[in-house]
Write a protein that binds this ligand. Sequence first.
Ligand SMILES: [Mn+2]
Length: 434
Amino acid sequence: MFEMLRVEARKAAKILEKHDFARIYTHYDADGISAGAVISAALYRRGKAFHLSFLSGLNESIDVDDDLIIFADMGSGYPDVISDIDADVVVVDHHFPVGRIEPKKDFAHINPHLAGIDGSYELSASGTAYVFAKELGDNTDLSSVALVGIIGDKQKISGGNAEIIGEGVKEGHIEQKEGLRMISGKIRDVLRLSLEPFLDFYSKEEELEEFLSQIGIDGEREFDELSRDEERKLANGIVLRILKMNSYPGVVEDFTGMRFYLKAELIQNAVMMSEVVNATGRKAANAVGLAICLRDESFLDKGFELWKEFTEGIHEEIERRRHEVQEGECIRYLVMENGTSTGPIASVFSRYLFADRPFIALNIKKDGRVKVSARSNQKIAEKLDLAEVMRVAAEKVGGRGGGHVVAAGANISDNAVDDFIREVDRLCCSQLSS
Ligand SMILES: [Mn+2]
């Protein structure tokens, strides 16, 4: 599976041997943070010093004065930025490569798309980082950290991801059990706060109590302590509820099947760990998520606190914004001013509440910059490449965009919002009708 990817990983390992220090930049989401953790741990074990920073993307200006720069979960879509760097560069990414990189010095590009593996669904940045880490030493225990990013990016448990999980299971770092891939806690809280799947119980207490009594399970019990039979009953109720929303039916396979436990990690439930790490990034406390991935127990309470704050915030934002969603010709979109964050909201809206069309969330920030998240699902993605739509529409209004076919983003300026939405709508219509 990883033969071709390993060739590039070995090249990267060779570049690393020339240096005692690496400057690492990674993305601030769960996949980026866990990819950063995998690389940092592998470097540390190899006796290499490093300095790691988190970015929202390569549209931010960065300091490239060091001799070795490593990018994780970014880089493949920014050939101009990479080509400009006067240093050795390693890119560990799974976004679709755009254009041509012309490196000034030594360069390795570890990206599944360049090695015959589907990086949109079947290998995350954390998984790609794991393949790199394996070339640096005996790092199979980091498979569990890689799984945090796989879940965070809503990837499939197949292909490269399944291979990594299989390795983790074989070596005893990951345990898999049949069950629901959801967060841990009291059942009532899990149902109310869950974002994957989103169950729309947050402010519907009566509905939640009725749901619990119908399936005959005490909401005060711990989710992890349900019997197989009780969990099956709960699963049926959950699936029914989801299918009654305007949701994409494919979401069901994303949380049913296997439940993963990370034996060496501070948070054993893989979904819970991924959510906590994601929340630290969204709350601009990435270092907390990184520390948790590096197994530093002193950050655990802070991590859970941030998770609760972030998750409740998102649910409240969903409540507030679901009635503000607008319709284009072929898309739905939401324009927020100083909203919490666009990605998680766009995910829930596109997967659970408005799944029949591509969904675009725009957040206009105080400084006039606009962050855009675009989401669709696998069915829509058969015809529509959102990464391409974001790239073309953003470039047309002087911004930048890209990403994955089902999950993409852009950065534009506030005076371009209307033109941008119109262009996105036009591009989606034209791709969807072809
Ligand atoms: Mn990623």
